[in-house]
Design a protein around this ligand. Structure first.
Ligand SMILES: N[C@@H](CCC(=O)N[C@@H](CS)C(=O)NCC(=O)O)C(=O)O
Length: 199
């Protein structure tokens, strides 16, 4: 989702290949040969195969420095840019996964219930961190500069629309999401993937 929106934002030519998760296509030997984690997304670019959505995002934006969606390597904002993406990937996204897929971590019902409870608290803590940062210096993650980090956040916020703890319930986060929803790239991605996000 974030990769797709970013490719639209960059206005580059690309080809989408649908990996139907409901049919477990991500676990076929052919797919595992390119991404041994059995997860989407995976990017093919020239002779490179790259997985992990945050890594794909960093890679794509490094290929397109003209896009202004990533701070220059010497910019003081660069540290915060890395921090946001890695923190979202390691902390926020992991909490989201524990909430949505407790069965990946524990076999029994009681354990899964407990995992969800803890994940919900962790998600709330993470949304609080972001909301507080946006309150201090918004409207984007990097204050005045829209960046790839906002696209990554959009993806996790979208997943959270069905969670107990949702990004959209925080005013600054909701505004950021509304601002992103105005962008053609996000609208095109949602349309092509048959998704909608009502705020
Ligand atoms: N850390 C990976 C996680 C990717 C991920 O969890 N993808 C989900 C869909 S959004 C998936 O492929 N789930 C299928 C599965 O776990 O079998 C990334 O950021 O790319």
């Amino acid at each position: 989702m974030a990769t797709h929106a970013l490719l639209e934002e960059l206005d580059v030519e690309y080809q989408l290949v649908e990996i139907d998760l409901s049919r477990q296509m991500q676990k076929t030997p052919e797919y595992l040969a390119i991404n041994p984690n059995g997860k989407v997304p995976t990017l093919f670019h020239n002779d490179n195969i790259i997985y992990e959505s945050a890594a794909i995002l960093l890679y794509l934006l490094d290929q397109h420095p003209e896009s202004s969606l990533s701070p220059m390597t010497t910019s003081p904002l660069r540290g915060r840019y890395y921090q946001s993406l890695l923190w979202m990937s390691n902390t926020l996204q992991e909490a989201a996964n524990r909430w949505a897929h407790p069965e990946q971590y524990c076999d029994n019902d009681a354990g899964q219930k407990s995992l969800k409870l803890h994940a919900s608290k962790e998600l709330k803590r993470c949304w609080d961190v972001i909301e507080n940062d946006l309150d201090k210096a918004g409207p984007w993650i990097l204050a005045d500069s829209l960046s790839g980090a906002d696209f990554h956040l959009f993806m996790i916020a979208y997943w959270s629309r069905r969670y107990e703890s949702r990004a959209q319930d925080y005013p600054k986060l909701q505004q950021l999401l509304k601002n992103l929803l105005k962008r053609n790239s996000i609208q095109t991605m949602l349309k092509q993937e048959g998704l909608s996000f009502e705020l």
